[in-house]
Design a protein around this ligand. Structure first.
Ligand code: H2B
Length: 119
């Protein structure tokens, strides 16, 4: 998969995925992450994750709601983590293929455009 800019990714819509798609290999994932500041590989390079510190608990949950709206619109869903009432992380992977697909990078780029009240 050719590397896309964050802007190019935000212009795309996630495609329904029920398997049968080859996951990104490590090289492809690393190359695409260059265009997505703050995102890193986790879970043996099968997921991508980014962390924020929200202003407070409600700001964290408002951010999660924004993420949920984008996820539902695109039909692709993040794992959402909150610890210590305001430390939030979003983790993305394509469950149907047990690894990373273009959908994960599309959603990451869209999530980066969402409003969040930071600490
Ligand atoms: C048909 C539709 O694409 C699937 O049910 C979607 C729903 N949301 C999803 N979200 C994520 N992260 N991975 C999936 O494999 C997935 N599958």
């Amino acid at each position: 998969m050719a590397v896309q800019t964050a802007d190019e990714l935000t212009k795309k819509k996630c495609k329904p995925c029920e398997g049968g798609v080859e996951p990104f290999d490590l090289g492809e994932a690393r190359a695409q992450l260059e265009k997505l500041p703050g995102w890193r590989l986790t879970h043996d390079n099968h997921r991508i994750r980014k962390d924020w510190v929200a202003k407070d608990f409600m700001a964290a949950l408002r951010f999660f709601e924004e993420c949920a709206i984008v996820a539902e619109k695109d039909g692709h869903h993040p794992d959402l983590h909150i610890e210590g009432y305001r430390n939030v992380s979003v983790e993305l992977w394509t469950h149907a293929i047990g690894g990373l697909s273009e959908n994960d990078f599309i959603l990451a780029a869209k999530i980066d455009r969402l409003p969040i009240d930071l600490k």
